[in-house]
Design a protein around this ligand. Structure first.
Ligand code: NAP
Ligand code: GCO
Length: 262
C-alpha cells in the first residue's frame, strides 16, 4: 500500500491548460480521481462555463479561468489569482495546443507564428509565471504535452513539428535550470489520439486513418485515457528523480520501422 501512496495526488493543486475537453480534460479528470484540485483555463467565459459543467457531470468541482495562454499579461494575472484564490500550483500541465495542416510552401508566416505562439511560446510564458510559486513551495511538476512531431516530421505540419520539437528542448532546459529547486519538468508525448484535433484525420475512408493504424504496433488510435497513468506518474512523487525526460505514449509508433511490403 505504501508504494501506491507515491502515486497519490492528494492535496495537490493541478493547473491543466486548455482542459475543457480532449487530452487535457482526460488528464485533469484522472488527476481529480487521484486526489488533486483541478484548475483549467479557456479563452472565453462561455467555454469556461461549458468546461465547468463537463467536470460537474463527472462529479468533479473544477476551477475555470478565462485566459488565452499566449497573452503574457493575462497569464501572469491568472496565475496570481489562482495562487490567491486556490493556492500555489504543484502541478502544471502545458496542454493547450493547436495545429494547422498546410504544406510549407503554401503556409503564411503569420500562420506559422500562430502555431509557435500557442504550442511553444505559451508553455514558456505559463511555466515562467508558475515556477516562482513552485520554488517558494519547495517542489513542482511541469508536464509539457509533446508529440510524435517532437521526433518526426510529415507533410503539412512544419509549424507544429517545429513547435513540438522546441517544446521537447524547453522541457530539458527547464529541468536543467530548475531541478535544483526540486522541480521536475518532463514531456508526455502522445501518439495519435482520438480527440477533436485529429477528427479530420479519422473520417471514414480517409487513407490517413488506416495509415496510422498500420503505423501503430498497437493497431489502433490512442484515447485520452491511455495517457492518464503516465500523466499521473509524471505528476506524482513516484517520478521525483525523473527530470528532462519525454515519455512517449504512442502504442509503439517510435519503435517501429513500418510494415514490410506484402
Ligand atoms: P484539442 O482537442 O484541439 O484541444 C486543445 C485544447 O487547447 C482546447 O481545449 C483548446 O481550447 C485549447 N487551446 C487552444 N488554444 C488555446 C489558447 N490560446 N489558450 C487557451 N487554450 C487554448 O486537442 P487535443 O488533441 O486534446 O490536444 C491537446 C494537446 O495534446 C495539444 O498540445 C496537442 O498538440 C497535443 N497532442 C495531441 C495529439 C493527438 O493525437 N490528439 C497527439 C500528440 C499531442 P478551445 O476550447 O478554445 O478550443
Ligand atoms: C497530424 C496530427 C499530429 C498529432 C499528434 C501526434 O496531423 O499529424 O494531428 O501531429 O495530433 O501530435 O503525436
Amino acid at each position: 500500500m505504501s508504494i501506491l501512496k507515491n502515486f497519490s495526488l492528494e492535496g495537490k493543486i493541478a493547473f491543466v491548460t486548455g482542459a475543457s475537453y480532449g487530452i487535457g480534460f482526460g488528464i485533469a479528470k484522472a488527476y481529480a480521481e487521484a486526489g488533486a484540485t483541478i484548475v483549467f483555463n479557456d479563452i472565453n467565459e462561455e467555454l469556461v462555463d461549458k468546461g465547468i459543467k463537463t467536470y460537474e457531470a463527472e462529479g468533479i468541482k473544477a476551477f475555470g479561468y478565462v485566459c488565452d495562454v499566449t497573452d503574457e499579461e493575462k497569464v501572469n494575472e491568472t496565475v496570481e489569482n489562482i495562487e490567491k484564490e486556490i493556492g500555489i500550483i504543484d502541478i502544471l500541465v502545458n496542454n493547450a495546443g493547436i495545429i494547422k495542416r498546410i504544406p510549407m510552401l503554401e503556409m503564411k508566416a503569420e500562420d506559422f507564428r500562430k502555431v509557435i505562439d500557442v504550442d511553444l511560446n505559451a508553455p514558456f510564458i505559463v511555466s515562467k509565471a508558475v515556477i516562482p510559486g513552485m520554488i517558494k513551495k519547495g517542489h513542482g511538476k511541469i508536464i509539457n504535452i509533446c508529440s510524435m512531431m517532437s521526433e518526426l516530421g510529415r507533410e503539412t505540419v512544419s509549424a507544429y513539428a517545429a513547435a513540438k520539437g522546441g517544446l521537447k528542448m524547453l522541457t530539458k532546459n527547464i529541468a536543467s535550470e530548475y531541478g535544483k529547486y526540486n522541480i521536475q519538468c518532463n514531456g508526455l508525448g502522445p501518439g495519435y489520439i482520438a480527440t477533436p484535433q485529429t477528427e479530420p484525420l479519422r473520417t471514414e475512408g480517409n487513407p490517413f486513418n488506416s495509415f496510422i493504424i498500420a503505423k501503430t504496433p498497437a493497431a489502433r488510435w490512442g484515447t485520452p485515457e491511455d495517457l492518464t497513468g503516465p500523466a499521473i506518474f509524471l505528476a506524482s512523487d513516484a517520478s521525483d528523480f525523473v527530470n528532462g525526460h519525454v515519455l512517449y505514449v504512442d502504442g509503439g509508433i517510435l519503435a517501429y520501422i513500418g510494415k514490410q511490403p506484402e
